[in-house]
Design a protein around this ligand. Structure first.
Ligand SMILES: Nc1nc2c(ncn2[C@@H]2O[C@H](COP(=O)(O)OP(=O)(O)OP(=O)(O)O)[C@@H](O)[C@H]2O)c(=O)[nH]1
Ligand SMILES: [Mg+2]
Length: 478
């Protein structure tokens, strides 16, 4: 029998949710209308934890706001003649604003953004010169587009595939993971406990708490190992970032071959299935529909160097996990009615980040590796006539090119003087076993951000950010 307090809590959270959905509905309607009229673009920066989303978003907003300074240095030759300006808008507060000022300040004081803890949105107004009179009937001299950019914790992304998985399918997925390398050797005691628990037995909260702590520790170990199928991904956030109302459950592997019939009320099986469904319904699906189903252009960020440092199994899992996430989205060309009601993703850009950690002569190899990683998703998107682009970039570049012992090499400034970087062996295409052997004693460098001045006075160092800005601005040209 639920207590009065728990009933009260559920009613309050139900009321809060319906208030939230009403304001979300109004927001989506406004967005749909603006999009149908051609003056709203939604861009999602997609990427797992540590891919470089927040750094890229901060750098991108900075670059777009200070474009005239960069034009003076000869950037943007293709679009310079139609470009006017960009401004970060104060929003109505219905959605959390991206903390741009804090992030900019952090970078300027020599610190990277903190791992993101919540969803936020930046809204930019971009103005360009109209290409024809009819695009500017009121003769304002500019055409304005609102660009919406989202930031969120990478851990949330890993959960999106759960939106289309039943509890039983998720258990099957966990079972397969537990039986394969490297997980089969990571938590043998937990694995046996999850296999031995009788799903029909009465649920015991104290036993659950202990198993939940073990399962969370296991997920954190997977994250540290560089693995990318971690569900629920939110459990891999810091303890303090786990919301109190987040449903807590574990994969009862003993249920994996069950016939799908309901377990008795109050049993382990019934509790875990109910909590899983609540998690998917209240946490995973809203994230998918409110953010990803509103997107026109998907920028998919990948830290390829990090994956190379984590080894063969981590790289293979990154490929599978990305494909699982990308196949959830709807791709295709939008008619105006699609834009109004249910937009599809029209543009997909794959971005390999942290390019400042490889030599200019290695950039082509990084690009080939990225193409091999996402080949399957590219093929599916192109089939739907989506525009697909590939970029390699560094949102903030901290390295310098020099010469050491007659060879080109990268170096960074440190308080003790210049420090030379060790460069990875980069495979041509998908890595072979031989490539992995050659990569075994290499780890990706963890650099500090370089000194960054006030961006209105001098441009922040980056590599190929102008290619990204140019790509984004071209799609806004009337
Ligand atoms: N060298 C270099 N390192 C970078 C760059 N961008 C990001 N990094 C490194 O990557 C780390 C993660 O970057 P974030 O921007 O916080 O990644 P994120 O995708 O927002 O991660 P979550 O918020 O955890 O999802 C930073 O702390 C830096 O160490 C870059 O352009 N160059
Ligand atoms: Mg972040």
């Amino acid at each position: 029998m639920p207590s009065i307090d728990s009933l009260k809590r559920r009613l309050q959270s139900g009321a809060r949710r319906s208030r939230d959905s009403a304001s979300q509905l109004a927001h989506n309607a406004e967005r749909g209308l603006r999009r149908a009229l051609g003056n709203r673009r939604c861009i999602a920066i997609t990427g797992f934890s540590g891919a470089g989303k927040s750094t890229l978003l901060t750098s991108l907003i900075t670059q777009l706001q200070h474009l005239p300074l960069q034009q003076a240095q000869g950037w943007y030759p293709d679009i310079g003649h139609c470009w006017l300006s960009a401004k970060l808008l104060n929003t109505d507060g219905s959605l959390p604003d991206y903390p741009y000022a804090q992030q900019q300040q952090r970078l300027q004081t020599g610190e990277w953004p903190e791992p993101t803890r919540a969803l936020s949105r930046a809204l930019l107004e971009v103005r360009v010169k109209p290409g024809s009179r009819w695009r500017d009937l009121r003769n304002k001299g500019f055409v304005s587009t609102q660009v919406e950019l989202w930031d969120y914790p990478g851990e949330w992304l890993m959960d999106l595939p759960l939106a289309v998985m039943t509890h039983q399918q998720w258990l099957q997925d966990c079972f397969t993971q537990f039986n394969n390398e490297p997980r089969n050797a990571m938590a043998p005691a937990l694995y046996s406990a999850l296999l031995d628990l009788d799903p029909g037995a009465p649920f015991e909260p104290s036993v659950f708490e202990s198993l939940f702590a073990d399962y969370r520790a296991f997920l954190l170990a997977c994250k540290a190992r560089g693995l990318h199928i971690i569900n629920p991904g939110r459990y891999a956030l810091d303890e303090g970032d786990l919301p109190a109302s987040l449903p807590r459950f574990i994969p009862l592997l003993s249920m994996v071959n069950a016939d799908g019939s309901e377990w008795p009320a109050g049993s382990w099986g019934a509790q875990m299935a109910m909590r899983y469904r609540a998690y998917v319904q209240d946490w995973v699906k809203p994230f998918l529909t409110d953010v990803f189903e509103q997107v026109d252009h998907q920028l998919v960020l990948v830290d390829l160097l990090g994956a190379l440092g984590d080894g063969k199994l981590a790289m293979e899992e990154l490929r599978r996990s990305l494909a699982r996430v990308l196949q959830l989205f709807h791709y295709g060309h939008n008619s105006w009615i699609d834009r109004l009601l249910a937009p599809k993703i029209e543009q997909l850009t794959f971005v390999a980040t942290k390019l400042d950690c490889v030599l200019p002569s290695q950039r082509k190899a990084l690009s080939e590796l990225m193409r091999a990683l996402v080949a399957e998703s590219v093929q599916a998107a192109r089939f739907e006539s989506v525009q697909v682009d590939h970029l390699e970039l560094s949102a903030i570049a901290g390295t310098h090119l020099g010469e050491r012992d007659g060879e080109r090499a990268l170096w960074v400034e440190t308080p003790a003087g210049p420090a030379w970087l060790k460069h990875p062996h980069l495979p041509r295409g998908w890595p072979t076993d031989n490539d992995w052997t050659r990569l075994a004693d290499w780890a990706p460098p963890r650099l500090d951000p370089p000194p960054l001045a006030d961006p209105s006075h001098s441009t922040w160092p980056s590599i190929h950010m102008d290619h990204l800005c140019q790509l984004l601005l071209k799609e806004l040209m009337p």
